[in-house]
Design a protein around this ligand. Sequence first.
Ligand code: SF4
Ligand code: SF4
Length: 173
Amino acid sequence: MNNLLDQVKQISEQPIEQCYHCHKCTAGCPVVSAMRYGPDRLLRMLALEQEEPLLSSRDIWLCAGCYSCAARCPNDIDLAAVMDALRQIAMAQGYPAGEPDALLFHRLFLRVLSVFGRSHEAAMLGLFKVLSHVPLMNDVGAGIGLFLRGKVPIIPKRSGAAADVRQIMQRSK
Ligand code: SF4
Ligand code: SF4
Protein backbone atom coordinates (compact mmCIF):
# COMPACT_ATOMS: atom_id res chain seq x y z
CA MET A 1 0.00 0.00 0.00
CA ASN A 2 1.18 3.59 -0.66
CA ASN A 3 2.48 5.58 2.28
CA LEU A 4 0.16 8.08 3.92
CA LEU A 5 1.53 11.06 1.99
CA ASP A 6 0.96 9.31 -1.35
CA GLN A 7 -2.56 8.29 -0.34
CA VAL A 8 -3.46 11.85 0.67
CA LYS A 9 -1.98 13.25 -2.55
CA GLN A 10 -3.91 10.73 -4.60
CA ILE A 11 -7.26 11.50 -2.95
CA SER A 12 -6.85 15.28 -2.56
CA GLU A 13 -4.94 15.92 -5.83
CA GLN A 14 -2.98 18.63 -4.02
CA PRO A 15 0.73 19.50 -4.56
CA ILE A 16 1.49 18.97 -0.88
CA GLU A 17 5.25 18.65 -1.40
CA GLN A 18 5.34 22.28 -2.58
CA CYS A 19 4.48 23.54 0.91
CA TYR A 20 7.39 25.60 2.30
CA HIS A 21 5.72 26.23 5.65
CA CYS A 22 5.19 29.95 5.32
CA HIS A 23 2.36 29.66 7.89
CA LYS A 24 -0.06 31.84 5.87
CA CYS A 25 -2.76 29.14 5.93
CA THR A 26 -2.58 28.81 9.70
CA ALA A 27 -2.56 32.58 10.23
CA GLY A 28 -5.87 32.87 8.35
CA CYS A 29 -7.64 29.76 9.65
CA PRO A 30 -10.77 30.74 11.62
CA VAL A 31 -10.74 27.62 13.80
CA VAL A 32 -7.02 27.36 14.50
CA SER A 33 -7.49 28.46 18.12
CA ALA A 34 -9.50 25.28 18.74
CA MET A 35 -6.93 23.08 16.99
CA ARG A 36 -3.99 21.40 18.61
CA TYR A 37 -1.58 21.61 15.66
CA GLY A 38 -3.08 23.85 12.98
CA PRO A 39 -3.07 23.31 9.21
CA ASP A 40 0.60 24.09 8.50
CA ARG A 41 1.86 21.71 11.17
CA LEU A 42 -0.48 18.97 10.00
CA LEU A 43 1.24 19.11 6.60
CA ARG A 44 4.61 18.82 8.34
CA MET A 45 3.38 15.77 10.24
CA LEU A 46 2.19 14.31 6.96
CA ALA A 47 5.63 14.78 5.41
CA LEU A 48 7.15 13.07 8.46
CA GLU A 49 4.64 10.19 8.23
CA GLN A 50 3.38 10.76 11.77
CA GLU A 51 0.34 8.70 10.95
CA GLU A 52 -1.16 7.94 14.35
CA PRO A 53 -1.26 11.47 15.82
CA LEU A 54 -2.37 12.82 12.47
CA LEU A 55 -5.25 10.43 11.82
CA SER A 56 -6.47 10.51 15.42
CA SER A 57 -6.23 14.30 15.63
CA ARG A 58 -9.35 16.35 16.28
CA ASP A 59 -7.88 19.06 14.00
CA ILE A 60 -8.84 17.16 10.85
CA TRP A 61 -12.45 17.10 12.09
CA LEU A 62 -12.51 20.74 13.16
CA CYS A 63 -11.66 22.04 9.67
CA ALA A 64 -14.75 23.92 8.48
CA GLY A 65 -13.81 23.68 4.80
CA CYS A 66 -13.90 27.48 4.48
CA TYR A 67 -11.05 27.59 1.89
CA SER A 68 -9.36 30.60 3.55
CA CYS A 69 -6.14 28.62 3.56
CA ALA A 70 -6.46 27.78 -0.13
CA ALA A 71 -7.05 31.44 -0.96
CA ARG A 72 -3.96 32.50 1.02
CA CYS A 73 -1.54 29.77 0.00
CA PRO A 74 1.20 31.00 -2.40
CA ASN A 75 1.46 27.45 -3.75
CA ASP A 76 -2.27 26.94 -4.35
CA ILE A 77 -2.55 24.09 -1.86
CA ASP A 78 -6.18 23.46 -0.95
CA LEU A 79 -5.97 22.30 2.64
CA ALA A 80 -9.70 21.64 2.87
CA ALA A 81 -9.20 18.88 0.27
CA VAL A 82 -6.25 17.56 2.28
CA MET A 83 -8.38 17.49 5.45
CA ASP A 84 -11.14 15.66 3.55
CA ALA A 85 -8.61 13.05 2.42
CA LEU A 86 -7.25 12.64 5.96
CA ARG A 87 -10.77 12.12 7.33
CA GLN A 88 -11.53 9.53 4.65
CA ILE A 89 -8.33 7.63 5.39
CA ALA A 90 -8.84 7.87 9.17
CA MET A 91 -12.32 6.39 8.85
CA ALA A 92 -11.22 3.66 6.41
CA GLN A 93 -8.48 2.66 8.86
CA GLY A 94 -10.89 2.53 11.80
CA TYR A 95 -9.65 5.57 13.73
CA PRO A 96 -12.40 6.98 15.96
CA ALA A 97 -13.26 10.56 14.98
CA GLY A 98 -11.07 12.97 16.95
CA GLU A 99 -14.14 15.19 17.29
CA PRO A 100 -17.21 12.87 17.40
CA ASP A 101 -19.74 15.72 17.20
CA ALA A 102 -18.21 16.85 13.89
CA LEU A 103 -18.70 13.36 12.46
CA LEU A 104 -22.27 13.34 13.78
CA PHE A 105 -22.86 16.70 12.07
CA HIS A 106 -21.55 15.36 8.73
CA ARG A 107 -23.80 12.30 9.02
CA LEU A 108 -26.90 14.28 9.94
CA PHE A 109 -26.33 16.64 7.03
CA LEU A 110 -26.14 13.71 4.60
CA ARG A 111 -29.17 12.05 6.18
CA VAL A 112 -31.32 15.19 5.89
CA LEU A 113 -30.10 15.66 2.32
CA SER A 114 -31.05 12.10 1.38
CA VAL A 115 -34.56 12.47 2.91
CA PHE A 116 -35.49 15.95 1.66
CA GLY A 117 -33.16 16.36 -1.31
CA ARG A 118 -31.93 19.60 0.26
CA SER A 119 -30.55 20.87 3.52
CA HIS A 120 -32.98 21.77 6.30
CA GLU A 121 -31.24 23.58 9.12
CA ALA A 122 -33.98 23.22 11.75
CA ALA A 123 -34.20 19.43 11.32
CA MET A 124 -30.45 19.05 11.26
CA LEU A 125 -29.77 21.23 14.28
CA GLY A 126 -32.68 19.75 16.25
CA LEU A 127 -31.27 16.24 15.75
CA PHE A 128 -27.76 17.48 16.47
CA LYS A 129 -28.88 19.03 19.77
CA VAL A 130 -30.47 15.78 20.90
CA LEU A 131 -27.71 13.43 19.76
CA SER A 132 -24.50 15.43 20.36
CA HIS A 133 -22.59 16.28 23.51
CA VAL A 134 -23.49 19.96 23.10
CA PRO A 135 -25.70 21.19 25.97
CA LEU A 136 -29.31 21.19 24.81
CA MET A 137 -30.00 24.86 25.59
CA ASN A 138 -26.81 26.24 23.95
CA ASP A 139 -27.60 28.89 21.31
CA VAL A 140 -31.35 28.39 21.68
CA GLY A 141 -31.81 32.18 21.87
CA ALA A 142 -30.02 32.65 18.53
CA GLY A 143 -32.14 29.89 16.99
CA ILE A 144 -35.38 31.50 18.16
CA GLY A 145 -34.20 34.86 16.78
CA LEU A 146 -33.52 33.31 13.36
CA PHE A 147 -36.90 31.58 13.40
CA LEU A 148 -38.75 34.81 14.30
CA ARG A 149 -37.02 36.61 11.40
CA GLY A 150 -38.13 33.86 9.03
CA LYS A 151 -34.53 32.76 8.35
CA VAL A 152 -35.06 29.15 9.46
CA PRO A 153 -38.30 27.52 8.31
CA ILE A 154 -39.51 24.91 10.80
CA ILE A 155 -41.42 22.68 8.37
CA PRO A 156 -39.08 21.06 5.84
CA LYS A 157 -39.99 21.13 2.16
CA ARG A 158 -39.00 18.13 0.10
CA SER A 159 -37.15 18.99 -3.11
CA GLY A 160 -38.72 17.79 -6.36
CA ALA A 161 -35.32 16.26 -7.15
CA ALA A 162 -35.02 14.33 -3.87
CA ALA A 163 -34.91 10.97 -5.66
CA ASP A 164 -32.14 12.22 -7.98
CA VAL A 165 -30.14 13.50 -5.01
CA ARG A 166 -30.51 10.10 -3.32
CA GLN A 167 -29.32 8.38 -6.48
CA ILE A 168 -26.24 10.64 -6.68
CA MET A 169 -25.47 9.87 -3.03
CA GLN A 170 -25.84 6.14 -3.63
CA ARG A 171 -23.50 6.31 -6.62
CA SER A 172 -20.89 8.26 -4.66
CA LYS A 173 -20.68 5.39 -2.14
S1 SF4 B 1 0.11 28.68 3.04
FE1 SF4 B 1 0.62 26.98 1.65
S2 SF4 B 1 2.87 26.97 1.51
FE2 SF4 B 1 2.28 28.21 3.30
S3 SF4 B 1 2.34 26.76 5.03
FE3 SF4 B 1 0.22 26.79 4.27
S4 SF4 B 1 0.09 25.13 2.77
FE4 SF4 B 1 2.28 25.54 3.14
S1 SF4 C 1 -10.39 25.15 5.12
FE1 SF4 C 1 -10.07 24.27 7.16
S2 SF4 C 1 -7.85 24.44 7.53
FE2 SF4 C 1 -8.36 25.82 5.84
S3 SF4 C 1 -8.68 27.82 6.81
FE3 SF4 C 1 -10.69 26.83 6.62
S4 SF4 C 1 -11.02 25.76 8.56
FE4 SF4 C 1 -8.81 26.26 8.44
